[in-house]
Structures are given as C-alpha cells and as structure tokens.
Design a protein around this ligand. Structure first.
Ligand code: HEC
Length: 188
C-alpha cells in the first residue's frame, strides 16, 4: 500500500515536471519569433516540434548503430532477454528509416529502402534471432558477424565503401549495465 502511494505520488510529480517542460518549450519559439507580431498582442505561435529532416546517415547513426553495439554487448553478458529486445529495436528501426526515406537517391536512379532492408537484413536478423533463442554464444558470434558483413555490403553497394562497421570490442555505454537481471522477462 505504501509503495503504491509512493508510485502514484512519483507519477504525479513526473507529470507536473513534464507539463513544466512543455510550458518552457512552448514559450521559447514564441519569444524568439515575436519580432513582426502585432505590437502588444502576441498571437499564440504554433509549436514546431521538429524542423529537421534527418538524412539516411543521421538515422543510421541515431537508430541502427547504437542497437548494433548494444545487441553485441548484451550477448557478451549472455543477456538473451536484452539481446532479443535490442535486435527487435534494430529491426523496427530499419522499418522506421524506410518509412522516413522510402527512396534513397543514387546516380540516375533510386533505391527502395524498405524492400532492400528486408531482402538484405531480413535473413541475417532471423539468424541472430535463432542464436538468441538457442542462447548459443558461438552461433550468435557467427550470425552477428554475418549481419555486420551485410551492413558493409550495402554501404559498398550504395557508394559508401568507407563506412565500415565492425564487431565492437567495447560496449561504449558506460552508463548501461548489460548483465542479465534475474527474473526479468519481456512483456508479452
Ligand atoms: C540498404 C543499405 C544499407 C544497409 C542494409 C545498412 N546501411 Fe548503413 N548506411 C547506408 C547508406 C547508403 C549510408 C550513407 C547514407 C547517407 O549518406 O546519408 C549509411 C550510413 C550508415 C552510418 C553512418 C556513418 C557515419 O559515420 O555517419 C552508420 C553508422 C551505418 N550506416 C550503420 C549501419 C549498420 C550498423 C548496419 C547494419 C546493422 C547498416 N548500416 C546497414 C546503407 C545501408
């Protein structure tokens, strides 16, 4: 009962904070864009959430590269629950990228990213998923290496041969613990 009260109080506090943060965010652009607005009567400005068109490279750096590292880091700790989570996040991130940039321009043509991701990465993701299901470190290492080679095949095919992805040698995330949490099962 006590801890429930605490949880409710915490949740209320978080919402209050979030509301305060939104208030500040809404105030900022209005103040900045205030110049030509009719003197005195500042009309409410529409809130621009994101005036930023990420490139494929931005999205790869934001959404794919960290999951590739974390997937590996989880496997090093035999944390198959986390590995499954990260793999699924990576798969979903490829979908999000294809939805954001359906056609990636190439000299004189363009590449349909959705089908390309599915045909190239689909089987590799399946193989990693199989290794995670089997909780088999050797099988994982092979499948993960194969997946990584495929990242580079696409970089080469799409004229970025200098973008070379490798199997990590450190996690690079000093603030995340990749060890298994006893009893932690994914929500179904
Ligand atoms: C459909 C082909 C394709 C696949 C598959 C692919 N990439 Fe990419 N990736 C690209 C292209 C093309 C670029 C450069 C995009 C640009 O110039 O905006 C890129 C850029 C990147 C970058 C940005 C590099 C930088 O320094 O800014 C990273 C990181 C990256 N990819 C990681 C990966 C990883 C990891 C995988 C595999 C898990 C992967 N990519 C799979 C096509 C692909």
């Amino acid at each position: 009962m006590k801890s429930r009260t605490l949880a409710v109080a915490l949740a209320a506090g978080i919402f209050a904070l979030a509301a305060a943060a939104i208030g500040i965010a809404q105030g900022a652009p209005a103040a900045k864009a205030g110049a030509p607005a009719a003197a005195g009567k500042a009309a409410p400005q529409p809130l621009v959430i994101l005036d930023f068109k990420p490139t494929l490279s931005d999205l790869m750096t934001m959404l794919i590269q960290p999951r590739h590292i974390k997937l590996w880091a989880a496997s090093q700790q035999r944390n198959w629950t986390l590995a499954a989570f990260e793999l699924n996040e990576m798969r979903a991130a490829f979908d999000k990228i294809a939805a954001t940039i359906p056609k990636y321009p190439q000299p004189g043509t363009s590449v349909d990213l959705g089908p390309t991701f599915i045909s190239l990465m689909g089987p590799k993701i399946q193989a990693v998923n199989g290794a995670i299901g089997a909780q088999n470190p050797m099988q994982f290492a092979t499948a993960f290496n194969d997946l990584t080679v495929t990242c580079n095949s696409c970089h080469e095919a799409l004229n970025h041969p200098y973008l070379v992805i490798k199997v990590p040698d450190t996690t690079g995330y000093p603030n995340q613990d990749f060890r298994p949490v006893p009893g932690a099962a994914p929500l179904k």
